[in-house]
Design a protein around this ligand. Structure first.
Ligand SMILES: Cc1ncc(COP(=O)(O)O)c(C=O)c1O
Length: 377
């Protein structure tokens, strides 16, 4: 009855975890969910106030456009120049998206023909392989991310691909890319006009200490980059982000989107613009600095506590995910954690190369994370 592509699609990673959590919660258990990367903290006050303010704009009820509001695109260009030092033409190089997930899958619609190869890392955010390749009847070329390769893909594997996805700071491994990797990727993008290179920058602002994540557009103009406000503005439910880069790629994205959505709600676009306007160069608004500080403290604590529990923890200066090796097979660990009412994500949920690893999302208070570590101990 359904399209055959749907039968090739596994159940979304977190659907199964959510079912188990609901069963436990219904049974009255106090479950600590370190599974999904959905921030527990509220968005900055100024962000919600801006949203309320713009809800009263006289044009707020109108359709926006699939490309996004012109004023908002100008604000994105200004942010991008200050934050990354990259000039963007607001009219041709920017498209507002309804969250990175929508943007990524719409990019797939714009570029992937049936049978085309999509190069996707593994482990990875599942949308590259499933939301893009499978839903467009393409094929996945897996690029393993391993401890040995520093969780950076071998780009030779992407030869002949229609699309290539990378993501740094990385979900689920927390890895950041080296200068050498960015230059190799630049070389690939500049010499492979048949491949659309997409850098997914969902965690661009989720960094700690001195590390500042670069944009891939600082290296080349031959790419697109997906940005999202979901994580560092604690705004997953508002569904807002933007895609920037090569004008013909953005035009294709807008064309595909114009058959799918009619633009993100204007009030949310404008709240995003106000949020980005709080940046002074690479320095985020005060509230974002606060949010980062909280995640950074959680990360430092969790990395140490897990190491003390004997886990092989991959240390990182970015993202609110901790990636740790627990053995050859991670499922017994995940089940034991669940028996103690702690939810962690099995690495295999992000691809076969994640077998043996677990991912913890630090989206609970430090006290709850401490309690989770006691339960795991
Ligand atoms: C790597 C990566 N990309 C994109 C997204 C999509 O985020 P959103 O659709 O909320 O912008 C996520 C969310 O978890 C992610 O981890």
């Amino acid at each position: 009855m359904t399209a055959t592509r749907l039968t090739r699609l596994p159940e979304y990673l977190f659907a199964d975890l959510e079912k188990k959590i609901s069963e436990k919660t219904a049974a009255g258990r106090d479950v600590i969910n370190l599974g999904i990367g959905d921030p527990d903290l509220p968005p900055p006050d100024s962000f919600t106030k801006s949203l309320q303010l713009h809800a009263a704009d006289s044009d707020a009820h109108f359709y926006s456009s699939s490309r996004g509001d012109a004023g908002v695109r100008k604000a994105i260009a200004k942010y991008f120049k200050g934050r990354f030092g990259v000039e963007l033409d607001p009219d041709s190089q920017i498209c507002v998206v309804l969250g990175g997930k929508e943007g990524l899958s719409s990019l797939g619609r714009a570029f992937v023909n049936p049978g085309d190869m999509v190069a996707a890392p593994s482990p990875a955010y599942p949308v590259y392989a499933q939301g893009v390749a499978t839903l467009c009847d393409g094929k996945v070329q897996t690029m393993p991310l391993t401890r040995e390769n520093g969780f950076l893909p071998d780009l030779n594997l992407a030869e002949g691909a229609r699309m290539l996805f990378v993501n740094y700071p990385n979900n689920p491994t927390g890895a950041i890319a080296t200068e050498f990797f960015w230059q190799s990727l630049q070389d690939f993008a500049d010499t492979h006009p048949e491949t659309v290179v997409c850098h997914d920058h969902a965690y661009s602002e989720m960094t700690f200490g001195d590390y500042v994540a670069p944009s891939f557009l600082q290296y080349t103009k031959n790419a697109v980059e997906m940005h999202s406000l979901s994580k560092v503005f604690n705004a997953t439910g508002f569904r807002i982000g933007f895609c920037v880069g090569r004008a013909d790629y953005i035009a294709a994205l807008v064309k595909a989107k114009s058959q799918i959505d009619s633009g993100a709600p204007l009030m949310i676009q404008r709240a995003m613009a106000d949020g980005l306007a709080g940046y002074r160069g690479t320095e985020p608004p005060r509230e974002v600095v606060e949010i980062r500080k909280i995640y950074g403290e959680r990360r430092a604590y969790a990395e140490k506590a897990l190491r003390e529990l004997g886990l092989d923890v991959i240390e990182s200066p970015a993202t609110f995910y901790v990636w740790a090796k627990v053995g050859e097979d991670e499922l017994p660990f995940v089940q034991r954690a669940l028996d103690h009412d702690v939810v962690v994500t099995p690495g295999r949920g992000f691809g076969q190369e994640g077998v043996g690893y677990i991912r913890l999302a630090l989206t609970q208070s430090l006290d709850r994370i401490k309690l989770a570590m006691q339960r795991l101990g």
